[in-house]
Design a protein. Sequence first.
Length: 146
Amino acid sequence: MYFSDEYFMRIALQQAAIAFDEGEIPVGAIIVCQNQVIAKAYNQTEKLNDVTAHAEMLAITAAAQTLGSKYLKDCTLYVTLEPCVMCGGAIFWSQLSRIVWGASDDKRGFKKLGASIMHPKSTISFGVLQEDSTLLLKRFFSQLRT
């Protein structure tokens, strides 16, 4: 059975909800290989006191350990928010085949620097469950302000 991008993005959103509940910026990521989830992660910068503990970075590390390879050529990253430049670099070096995200990040997303930050063989899709991803982020930041 083949699962859709929406199916996998819902799993990433579940990870983002865990981050939300833990007081982290609600970003979730999963990595899929051969239609199976091989890694799940969410932002843990506060919990780990580590500015690099973004969902994408943690998912890439977990997937590499699962596969026993630093390259993730036949894998897809699903993430609820457009990756930042740091994560974009890690995505490049891990050679992920495909990147799919929900909400765009006009302030800190890698697109500000151009798509050349991604590996030339990687394909990019965005806007998958964008409204759900955006709503969770807006809810989180509105709670911070009250």
